[in-house]
Write a protein that binds this ligand. Structure first.
Ligand code: R1P
Ligand code: URA
Length: 296
């Protein structure tokens, strides 16, 4: 009950087992994006696929001969938590994760379509549920975490490859943020709920907090990487295509989004393939050694 696996050793939510997950993992929020990037970048378009009942889509193949897994995680901190913890169980040795996502921005000077990379760190913005109890009207309704940092070596390498494949002017060195809602804790107003958003931007201004990009998963990756124990080391980084600048109401075109995601994906695959992993899995039970037989 502590960490449920079935009789075949498959995890409860991602439905994967040891040997099916590579030490290098690309994470994307959207399930279709996982397959699009798998088709673009796996050698000879060959890969092994797991589709879990809970929605996760997981492809493992070779990129320039190096084993890589790409997973469609779904959205938000809880699904990211399932992803990192259950994939970590399915592989031995160090693991490196890069997320290729999409995001919005409160900063009107940030160009839409740019790929934001967290060289300046990352914060979480979460709804303070206690503040919504009638007795706690004076509490701040949103909590903003301290800044933490993605792995510097991986982030610098990702930044370099993003510049190479997307062009310098299309990459933003960012202070990133991850929120626990697309709506309230990203400052989006709606009539249906009491979200206490008056003063949301004042809180950021008062605390002199600049957040260049805002999405919903990367902080959880950075946090779990920071908390990983040496024997089960996780390192993580991310990039995200800026879809929307919220304060001037601009939204990126579908065509530009597609192009940038392909460029971000290429940079992520290459960065992971070039990254030196400690104690990488290389056993007969690894699925990538039998791709011809195992392809689904
Ligand atoms: C919200 O629309 C979703 O888009 C962003 C957010 O993090 C959230 O998951 O990323 P993805 O496009 O990777 O899903
Ligand atoms: N993803 C988010 O989480 N927020 C946005 O504004 C756009 C994409």
């Amino acid at each position: 009950a502590n960490f449920p696996v079935d009789a075949d050793g498959r995890t409860y939510h991602t439905f994967t087992r040891i040997g099916e997950i590579a030490n290098r993992v690309v994470c994307v929020g959207c399930y279709i994006r996982a397959t699009t990037l798998a088709e673009l970048y796996f050698d000879n378009k060959k890969y092994f696929t797991v589709r879990a009942d809970r929605g996760f889509v997981i492809h493992t193949g070779l990129f320039k001969g190096v084993p890589i897994t790409i997973i469609g995680t779904g959205m938000g901190f809880p699904l990211t938590d399932f992803t990192i913890r259950e994939l970590r169980y399915c592989c031995t040795g160090e693991m490196a994760f890069i997320r290729v996502g999409t995001c919005g921005s409160f900063n009107p000077t940030v160009p839409i379509g740019n790929l934001a990379v967290p060289t300046k760190g990352i914060r979480a913005i979460t709804r303070n549920v206690n503040a919504f109890l009638p007795k706690n009207k004076d509490m701040e309704p949103y909590l903003i975490s301290d800044t933490i940092y993605m792995d510097k070596t991986l982030t610098d390498a990702l930044h370099k490859n993003l510049v190479k494949y997307a062009g310098k002017d299309n990459v933003l060195e960012a202070h990133c943020g991850s929120a626990d809602s697309f709506y309230s804790s990203q400052g989006r107003t709606m009539d249906y709920f009491e979200d206490r958003l008056d003063g949301f931007h004042d809180i950021l201004a008062k605390k002199k907090i600049v957040i260049d990009s805002l999405e919903m998963e990367s902080f959880q990756m950075a946090h779990l990487a920071m908390c990983s124990k040496p024997k089960f080391k996780v390192i993580a980084s991310c990039c995200a295509c800026i879809l929307a600048t919220r304060l001037n109401d601009k939204f990126v075109s579908k065509a530009l989004q597609k192009k940038r995601i392909a460029q971000g994906g290429q940079a992520a695959f290459i960065t992971l393939a070039e990254y030196k992993i400690q104690n990488e899995m290389d056993e007969d039970r690894c699925i990538w050694k039998h791709l011809d037989k195992e392809q689904k």
